[in-house]
Design a protein around this ligand. Structure first.
Ligand code: ADP
Length: 520
């Protein structure tokens, strides 16, 4: 029950509390009203009884007046007495009727009034007959009637009856006089009882409602104070589901949200801190990288200069070797046997090869020195390369199938070298007895052009497809195919210079397709 009352919300408690007080008030009003009605009724009855008694007195007085004026007339014979008599007679009946009306609610009194009416009638008849006798016969015979005391008997009977009626009314009056006091007392007792009940009820309801408000409100205030001091994890814990309980739950939810928000804020701040740190690190790394890049550029420049100078300087002794080998061969033609000649030939070939390698290295070092990218019409490039390689193309009977190629942006000399190396290789590494067929195409892929140079040549085994793009990597003997092993390394460096990629798809004996991408 107590738990049920606890779970009643405050508005319900207030509603039922005030309803109870209102019902007690209504009950008090009804009780007071009914008792007041009773008192009014009793008072009315008392005044009614007083009226009856007054009417009884009036009737007796009227009868005395009638008898007195009748006696006056009989003694004096004066008409004035008759006038008074007649006047009294006129109102007598009315008085009896009024009395009858007043006592109609009381059967025993009604009976007595009926008897009174009959007795007074015979009294009035007696008075009237004596007056007639006085008028018609004379004083003496009227006197005789009066003296025989018949009139007195009736009058005594009337007086006795009037006294009976009055006694009855006096008895009623006595009881009616008690009734209002009793009713008043009862009313007072009932009102006091209701007052006590309503005071007790309103006090209890007031205490219950104020406890259900003040106790949780105080707990809420205390909890809020603790939370306000920074203890966000403090639990207010109100064991009630009414409005203040709901308020505390909502408050707790808000605090929980605040905690999770401040946790995410902390996380965010940590994240920002970490990012700032990373940014600082990145900036310092960036400046370090820039320094390295500058150093590297400087070193590259120096090494390029060194390679150039070295290559240039190396060419000189090579030329000397070649020159003296030639001279040695010419001047000693007669004494040199075949073996010595072949040695000299070997020295000359190696020197040539060395010279080729140095030239290749020089070219490799020069890649990327061209500073400006320009628009390149690839179709025109292929045509001009075909023209330059005209004699070898004719010798080998090579066929070109070239699709429509795009206009790209790039370093002119490098792109030309790239195309030329791939075409030269496609022709050079053809299968014996099979004329080379070279297919060149380009298609858009995302934000690049993907070029493909396909041949029907020797093909390359899977395990070599990576390493052929490194410097001096050759798959064939120099006696089979001339070359330095620099061409594809050139190609990779050029493609990477244009931020692209190069790779090969090939099957040994089934030809190769070299793909590379260039930015749109
Ligand atoms: P090289 O001067 O030897 O041609 P490259 O760097 O151009 O040097 O090529 C490296 C090696 O890759 C070549 O020696 C050859 O064995 C192989 N190669 C290159 N192109 C082809 C091709 N189209 N078909 C088959 N093998 C090839």
């Amino acid at each position: 029950m107590n738990r049920k009352f606890k779970n009643f919300n405050i508005s319900n408690k207030l509603f039922w509390g005030f309803t109870l007080i209102f019902l007690i008030l209504v009950l008090t009003i009804i009780t007071s009203f009914s008792y007041s009605n009773k008192i009014i009724k009793s008072t009315q009855l008392i005044s009614h009884t007083h009226e009856v008694i007054k009417e009884l007195a009036n009737i007796e007085t009227l009868l005395i007046d009638l008898e007195t004026s009748q006696r006056g007339y009989i003694i004096t014979g004066k008409e004035t007495y008759l006038e008074t008599y007649n006047n009294s007679l006129k109102i007598f009946d009315d008085k009896i009727s009024a009395l009858r009306k007043l006592t109609i609610d009381n059967p025993s009194q009604t009976k007595r009034i009926g008897l009174l009416r009959r007795l007074t009638k015979s009294k009035l008849k007696d008075l009237q007959s004596t007056i007639t006798l006085r008028k018609e016969v004379g004083f003496e015979s009227a006197k005789k009637t009066i003296v025989d005391d018949s009139g007195k008997d009736i009058m005594d009977a009337i007086r006795a009856l009037l006294s009976n009626i009055e006694n009855e009314e006096t008895r009623l009056l006595k009881t009616r006089n008690i009734e209002p006091n009793e009713t008043k007392e009862k009313n007072n007792v009932a009102l006091i009882a209701l007052l006590v009940i309503s005071t007790a009820a309103s006090t209890l309801i007031g205490i219950a409602i104020s406890r259900s408000i003040t106790v949780p409100v105080n707990a809420l205030i205390q909890g809020v104070k603790v939370i306000g001091k920074g203890d966000l994890k403090h639990n207010i814990r109100l064991d009630t589901n009414e409005e203040i309980g709901q308020l505390s739950h909502a408050f707790e939810e808000m605090i929980n949200k605040l905690i999770s928000n401040s946790a995410s804020k902390d996380l965010l701040e940590n994240e920002i801190e970490a990012r700032k740190k990373t940014e600082l690190e990145l900036t310092s790394t960036k400046s370090r990288i820039e320094l390295y890049a500058r150093n590297l550029e400087q070193k590259n420049k120096e090494s390029e200069e060194f390679v150039y100078i070295a290559s240039h300087d190396l060419q000189e002794p090579l030329r000397t070797i070649k020159g003296f080998t030639e001279l040695l061969k010419i001047e000693n033609e007669e004494i040199l046997n075949d073996e010595s000649n072949s040695y000299l030939e070997f020295i000359a070939q190696s020197s040539n090869r060395m010279s080729e390698l140095i030239k290749g290295l020089l070219d490799y070092g020069r890649i990327g020195q061209e500073k400006k990218q320009i628009k390149i019409n690839c179709d025109e490039f292929i045509d001009s390369i075909q023209m330059d390689l005209g004699s070898i193309i004719d010798e080998t009977g090579s066929t070109f199938i070239v699709e429509k190629l795009p206009i790209i942006r790039g370093y002119k000399t490098e792109i030309r070298l790239l195309f030329q190396n791939l075409i030269t290789n496609a022709i050079k590494y053809h299968k014996t007895g099979i004329k080379p067929i070279i297919q060149i195409s380009a298609k858009k892929k995302n934000d690049t052009w993907q070029f493909s140079f396909k041949d029907n040549g020797l093909g390359i085994a899977d395990e070599h497809q990576e390493r052929i793009f490194k410097l001096f990597q050759r798959l064939h003997n120099k006696s089979e195919y001339t070359g330095t092993g620099i061409g594809l390394a050139h190609c990779r460096k050029i493609v990477e210079l244009h931020e692209g990629e190069i790779w090969v798809e090939s099957k040994l004996g089934l030809g190769s397709t070299f793909h590379f991408t260039l930015k749109l």
